[in-house]
Design a protein around this ligand. Structure first.
Ligand code: IDP
Ligand code: MG
Length: 137
């Protein structure tokens, strides 16, 4: 099967009415949208999703932020979509994310304990399979 990745439009993205702009970048690149839904995720779901970050200083602020509003969860499909989506997103810190990336063009630092950077994308085939199971299983 063609590669798949989990994309999330985070609560800052839905709150700022940027859902369409964020998703359109993956579509415009040529990847295929195969699953889509909107929800306010529970702390339990987010603890599973972000298990690798437990114990880090930004962990609880991250869980609080991600459960604070609507999240749009999507699955995109295509050859090398995991790597390609990460390129489109840009690095985690929106202040230094290059222009042309989602985080670089649409994100900024808001002086909070967690970086609000609009979008999540799986970082490996193992993560993608695990995360798609969590959000769409
Ligand atoms: P990623 O989303 O680019 O894969 P991760 O390292 O997996 O970045 O971190 C998950 C999320 O946690 C980030 O997208 C960001 O919202 C937040 N985060 C990561 N590192 C920091 C940090 O050093 N300070 C504040 N928030 C952070
Ligand atoms: Mg990550």
């Amino acid at each position: 099967m063609t590669e798949r990745t989990l994309i999330l439009v985070k609560p800052d993205g839905t709150e700022r009415s940027l859902t369409g702009q964020v998703l359109s970048r993956f579509e415009a690149k040529g990847y295929t949208l195969v699953e889509l839904k909107m929800l306010t995720p529970s702390a339990e779901l987010l603890a599973e999703h972000y298990a690798e970050h437990e114990g880090k200083p930004f962990y609880q602020p991250l869980i609080d932020f991600m459960s604070s509003g609507s999240v749009v969860a999507a699955v995109f499909e295509g050859e090398r979509v995991i790597e390609g989506a990460r390129t489109i997103m840009g690095p985690s810190d929106p202040t230094v994310a290059p222009a042309g990336t989602i985080r670089g063009d649409l994100g900024r630092d808001w002086g909070e304990d967690v970086q609000k950077n609009l979008v999540h994308g799986s970082d490996s085939p193992e993560s993608a399979q695990r995360e798609i199971g969590i959000w769409f299983g």
